[in-house]
Design a protein around this ligand. Sequence first.
Ligand code: FO1
Length: 305
Amino acid sequence: MRVAVLAGGTGAARLACGLAQALAPGELSVITNTADDEEMWGLLVCPDTDAVLYRLAGLFNADAGFGVRDESFHALETLGLLGEPVWFGLGDRDLGLHLLRASLRRRGMTLTEAVAEIGRRLGLNVAVIPMSDDPVRTRVATEAGELSFQEWFVGERCEPPVRGLRFEGLEAALPAPAAVQAVRAADLVVIGPSNPLLSVDPITALIGPHLERERVIAIAPIIGGRALKGPTVALMAQLGEEPTALGVARHYAGLASGFVLDAADRELSDAVARLGMSPHVLDTVMAGAEGEERLAREVLALGRG
Ligand code: FO1
């Protein structure tokens, strides 16, 4: 069964790992959000893409929630010594990947090709595909002015209330051809439990026209009114969207025919059905690698149904 998962942030990256365990080699494609990406010291940092690469390769730093395990920050210390801003924790082991990706791109590879090459060298049998080869950058409008995504998320720890989001470069950007091919060939497309406004909207803005609603299932990133990780609830509230699983279903109603709610939100099933979506109630909290595979298998069973 060919599956494509749209991924940004922790929840979707973890589900992607579960799907990789539940599917045969070559059956899974992960389309990653690149709007969080940021050029730093001439290196393109791709947090959502790299979190998927590192998790699938077993290199991820689960304690930090980003980057590579057993990390050190000596290069960053030198940059700080030389007067550079060091609020973004770019680690030494992570830098190794950035140096290779910069080199591959300097040799003429697209971002898709460079990420595919890195996936190959990591021994992955999952296609990790950035949503676009063109630059798309989230800009966060706050009362203190407009911030880059990383300035807001890391630099300001998501504290400045958000007045608006825009995705610079989106109008001119094209979806990565490999991403279009993956969603068109997929028997099932899964919108992962990600932040709908920050992580999923940029992806679906590009590949949405290539999605067939009947083959799309979305998973709520909010459980009982709370997000397990990240600024989803506060952000949706600040931008006038209902910060509940139902609000997320409403956000995806045009894109997905199925919507997975956590058991804690079972009472929202009828309201989801009234949106014209098929509600499915699962335990969406993934406890460890076993939980990732369990949820993946349950979502695949829905897709086969
Ligand atoms: N997140 C943080 O909260 N603090 C950091 O210092 C940090 C560094 C970092 C370095 C590389 C990378 O790929 C991700 C990093 N992240 C850090 C996470 C990143 O900001 C977020 O994962 C995404 O942009 C939002 O999902």
